[in-house]
Design a protein around this ligand. Structure first.
Ligand SMILES: *[C@@H]1O[C@H](CO)[C@@H](O)[C@H](O)[C@H]1NC(C)=O
Ligand SMILES: *[C@@H]1O[C@H](CO)[C@@H](O)[C@H](O)[C@H]1NC(C)=O
Length: 295
């Protein structure tokens, strides 16, 4: 008893000590270690100034996860994807909750042979069900430089962004009876792995291990969200985070502005190569949320 109360009071001191620091640093780019930790193959990481490199070789892929979980907010990370021959590899950046009825917001970068374009696949899982893939190519070579990939999540929408250009919006249509993810805290993750059974040109091109290691680089880690202690029930976190007063809940954030809407129209017209909403072979009756898409 005595020892448990003394450890809880030292925990209080730690919390009080870190609190001002937390508020101060919330908008600044954080170092990797402040927010994330390797969860798979720590020996496949290397650190180079402010950049973190994660490699896939014929022994293992690798992955990192956030130390905390969040409900609503915005996550940014800058990624420079695998250069040269990346065929067969997938690099993912995503948010996910846990359990059979989990929610998930995914960016998956599908590698390609040298000189052929990477594809970006996005997906949204709600209550454990995905099958909402969209695919696009990018308007730049994502292996040459770092670019910022972001997920904005609030009670009205989930927005996927590339260098602040929206590429996908998943709108809250609960008023139409369509479930929207807003009741489970999510972690932030990234991983690189071998997916040559499907990733490149439908699985026809296999990973060429003579070109390993395949290295993705990261920097500019930012998480600005409502942090959810793992010791707190999801329902309590949901209540608190629904009224946390974060900037992501400001009325202007409830939908894209006019400029962003135009950007999304441009992306869809010029870069989208697959949208589950228009795949009538796969979905003879259009998925419910697609009928209400404005774009
Ligand atoms: C790879 O390149 C081919 C040829 O340009 C293209 O058809 C394909 O969509 C690209 N991406 C993937 C992931 O296969
Ligand atoms: C991994 O690849 C290297 C280089 O191509 C090769 O020498 C080694 O035998 C491979 N190891 C395994 C376990 O396949």
């Amino acid at each position: 008893m005595a020892s448990s109360s003394s450890s809880s009071s030292s925990l209080m001191i730690v919390r009080l000590f870190f609190l001002p620091l937390f508020f101060f640093s919330v908008n600044a780019t954080a170092a990797f270690d402040d927010l994330f930790q390797p969860y798979w193959a720590a020996d496949h990481f290397s650190f180079d100034g402010d950049a973190v490199n994660m490699k896939l070789d014929n022994f293992s892929g690798a992955g990192f996860s956030s130390k905390s979980k969040y409900m609503f907010g915005k996550v940014n990370v800058q990624i420079k994807l695998v250069g040269g021959d990346s065929a067969g590899t997938v690099t993912a950046f995503y948010m996910s909750s846990e359990g059979a009825k989990h929610h998930e917001f995914d960016f998956e970068f599908l590698g390609n042979t040298t000189g052929e374009p990477y594809l970006v696949q996005t997906n949204v899982y709600v209550n454990g069900v995905g099958n909402r893939e969209q695919r696009l190519n990018l308007w730049f070579d994502p292996t040459k430089d770092f670019h910022t990939y972001s997920i904005l999540w609030n009670q009205r929408q989930v927005v996927f962004m590339v260098d602040e250009t929206p590429i996908r919006v998943h709108t809250n249509l609960e008023h139409k009876g369509i479930p929207f993810p807003k009741d489970q805290a999510m972690g932030v993750y990234s991983s690189i792995w071998n997916a040559d059974d499907w990733a490149t040109q439908g699985g026809r091109v296999k990973t060429d291990w003579t070109h390993a290691p395949f290295v993705a680089s990261y920097r500019g880690f930012e998480i600005d969200g409502c942090e959810c202690p793992v010791t707190t029930a999801d329902s309590d976190n949901a209540k608190r985070c629904a009224s946390s007063g974060g900037w992501w809940d400001e009325p202007v954030m409830s939908e894209l502005n006019v400029h962003q809407s135009h950007q999304l129209i441009w992306v869809r017209a010029n870069h989208m190569i697959y949208d589950y909403c228009s795949d009538t072979a796969r979905f003879p009756s259009v998925p419910a949320e697609c009928e209400h898409h404005r774009h």
